[in-house]
Ligand binder design. Structure first.
Ligand code: SAM
Length: 275
């Protein structure tokens, strides 16, 4: 990283500021310049964008995003120990990095934006990553306040995000993501790329919002997918019993003997709209 932006190597930063990784905060840091740049590049052109980053930690990914020319970065970090290290980056890029100390789950991201194109880029803490993604999929307005999300998850979660019907990983998350976004797996990251290394492989996933998703109540879609995948090996007439079972399915024109994992996103939307 030193060669790219003239700031000290991340290992030194972590040592100088005593940023020993805390498991409770999902802290697995990326120290490899090539990798943080690869993640930032996956997002697309950054020059005219405001980038929202959750959990900058010691700032490895933040530095890559700034070095690649993001106009502005707004970073939300829960761990106050990281703030002095982030302040050094802020001083190095005057006026371009705003750090907010707080809990991303309680942050109103839409209110942080200023009308310019927004990209979300984050190596997410594993314990809140899925909930954050669901929040970003269900904002007040659609199209949403962001033009893309480039997010690192545990690979298992990444597979669920991009899964289609008839895929073992297909479930509530795949339906929700498939309804409102185009999601693709960008690349995998092995455990040894992190400090400390987690137990599992991670994946970077790229999601882009669809302008006009099929009209549907998110609440109803959640209810249908929750019931259907709650008993995924059972026929739909059984798993959807509490929501009307056979009557609901025949009204929607869906064979009650099918199982949840065989239904396309469009068919789940149809069921939700029939509820
Ligand atoms: N971006 C850094 C990197 O790639 O090296 C750190 C990523 S680490 C996986 C996750 C970061 O999210 C940590 O810095 C952690 O303190 C922060 N974090 C954990 N929970 C958070 C929350 N609820 N809101 C904001 N940040 C959080």
């Amino acid at each position: 990283m030193a060669a790219l932006d003239g700031l000290p190597p991340l290992r030194d930063v972590i040592q100088r500021h005593g940023l020993d990784a805390r498991k409770a905060l999902g802290q697995n840091f990326l120290l490899d310049l090539n990798l943080t740049q690869k993640i930032a590049r996956t997002a697309g052109p950054l020059e005219d964008c405001t980038v929202i980053e959750v959990g900058p930690g010691p700032g490895g990914l933040t530095r890559a995003i700034l070095a690649l020319g993001a106009r502005r970065v707004i970073a939300i970090e829960r761990d106050s120990r990281c703030l002095p290290a982030l302040a050094e980056i802020s001083d190095h890029y005057p006026g371009r990095l705003t750090v907010i100390e707080g809990d991303a789950l309680k942050t109103d991201f839409e209110a942080l934006t200023d009308g310019r194109p927004v990209r979300i880029i984050a190596n997410l803490p594993y314990n809140v990553g899925t909930q954050l993604l669901v929040n970003w999929l269900l904002p007040r307005n659609w199209p949403p306040f962001y033009m893309s999300m480039t997010l690192m998850f545990q690979k298992e979660v990444g597979l669920r995000i991009v899964a289609d019907a008839d895929d073992d990983h297909y479930g509530r998350l795949g339906v929700l993501c498939g309804w409102r976004t185009k999601a693709r797996m960008a690349f995998d990251v092995p455990p040894q790329a992190f400090t400390p290394p987690p137990k599992v492989t991670s994946s970077v996933v790229q999601l882009e919002p669809i302008d006009n998703p099929l009209p549907c109540s998110a609440d109803k879609l959640e209810r249908v997918t929750q019931a259907a995948f709650g008993q995924r090996r059972k026929m739909l007439r059984q798993s959807l019993k509490s929501l009307g079972g056979e009557a609901l399915l025949s009204k929607a024109g869906i064979d009650p003997q099918r199982r949840a994992e065989t239904l396309s996103v469009e068919e789940f939307v149809l069921l939700a709209n029939t509820l």
